[in-house]
Ligand binder design. Structure first.
Ligand code: PMV
Length: 363
């Protein structure tokens, strides 16, 4: 598929007004996307676990308006009108309007809420942008009911990607690949696809306890970080490594080899942060407690042999990953030894989930 396939030719229905609603999850990358080309095309492929509990719920009210000059919308977050959320959504609409031209035919009210605290340092852009993209697609499906389910989901991911790259991995469930990879069938730079190869039971319902080390706003945004990969001394080697790590994960997913899984996933997290530390200008998003937790995890793993590991996204919080079968012992360790390093002792229990879901619909 190419970008042109997402430009609609005509709509068969006329819809005056209505409401659509979706919930979409967050995701945590195992092989990281860091660095992009123009139009949100990733510099390397990535793969993520879709999460279950960290979700955004978005309701989109729409009614036909006169004139097509500009976008007309209001944004409400957890019941409150949010003027400061509008610029990001306007930019999103501007990026996707060529694929969803009806956006200028309607006035919208966007109502959103997260199942996790907004000030948790957990990025809501993946779940938020994918929920909104799905609502936009539900309206498009009303205008064009012939659309297939497959096209609907691909285009939702395609649109979400234009809002926030990693958001395109929040439509489907379990394991999602985004970015062209020669060994992964149907993989694309344009949207995320379900990882269709064999996955061992060890990875079913994998656990992710998110330790909230720092709930503040990040000092350096992801978009600044991505841009610093242009001209980065290690960029090409890093992009090749990500391709290589994704290829190495294929037999690991199939065979359920947790030792090899841990080696790749932890190395990916540390490499992501070493890219930040070796950018010009350099920066660091880890905090002292991030390192304390990592060292404790390594110590516990050595001592017990239990397959607990960590990953990081672009922030100080630590995602502690472990298989369901070892949940009791590992969670005990987390509570006794790691929670002390969290801001106000806060953490979120999550696990792998099955992707976005449509909620009730009135018309
Ligand atoms: O989707 P963005 O632009 O916020 O970038 C997210 C990048 C990482 O979370 C650090 C890695 C990833 O693949 O999700």
């Amino acid at each position: 598929m190419t970008e042109k396939d997402f430009v609609p030719k005509k709509y068969s229905e006329i819809i005056e007004q209505g409401t659509v609603s979706w919930q979409a999850p967050s995701n945590i990358a195992l092989v990281k996307y860091w660095g992009k080309k123009e139009h949100q095309i990733p510099a390397n492929p990535s793969v993520s676990f879709t999460l279950k509990n960290c979700r955004t719920i978005t309701k989109l009210d729409f009614s036909k308006k006169d004139g097509q000059e500009d976008f007309e919308f209001e944004v409400f977050f957890e019941g409150n009108k949010k003027e400061d959320f509008k610029p990001k959504i306007r930019t999103f609409f501007e990026r996707i309007v060529q694929y969803s031209p009806f956006l200028k035919d309607y006035q919208f009210e966007i109502h959103s809420e997260n199942t996790f605290p907004h000030s948790s340092g957990i990025a809501s852009s993946a779940s938020g942008m994918s929920a909104l993209a799905l609502c936009v697609m539900s309206l498009e499906k009303k205008l064009n009911p012939e659309m297939s389910e497959d096209f609907f989901r691909k285009k939702a991911s395609f649109l979400a990607r234009l809002g926030s790259g990693s958001a395109c991995r929040s439509i489907e469930g379990d394991l999602v690949v985004w970015g062209k990879h020669k060994e992964i069938k149907d993989s694309s730079d344009l949207f995320g696809v379900n990882y269709a190869d064999e996955v061992h039971d060890n990875f079913k319902n994998f656990q992710d306890t998110i330790l909230l080390v720092d709930k503040g706003r990040k000092e350096v945004s992801s978009s600044v970080g991505h841009n610093l990969m242009h001209g980065h001394s290690f960029a090409e080697a890093r992009f090749a490594q990500a391709n290589d790590n994704l290829a190495k994960l294929k037999p690991i997913f199939a065979e359920g080899d947790l030792t090899k899984f841990i080696e790749i996933v932890e190395s990916e997290a540390l490499t992501l942060h070493s890219m930040m530390m070796s950018s010009r200008p350099y920066f660091m998003l880890m905090k002292p407690n991030t390192l304390e937790i990592i060292i404790k995890i390594w110590g516990f793993r050595k001592q017990t042999g239990l397959p607990v590991s960590f990953t990081l996204d672009a922030g100080a919080n630590v995602h502690v990953l472990y298989p369901e079968k070892d949940k009791v012992k590992i969670f005990e360790f987390i509570k006794n030894e790691l929670v002390a390093y969290c801001e106000n002792g806060h953490y979120i229990c999550d696990s792998v989930g099955s992707g976005a879901k449509q909620l009730s619909e009135e018309n």
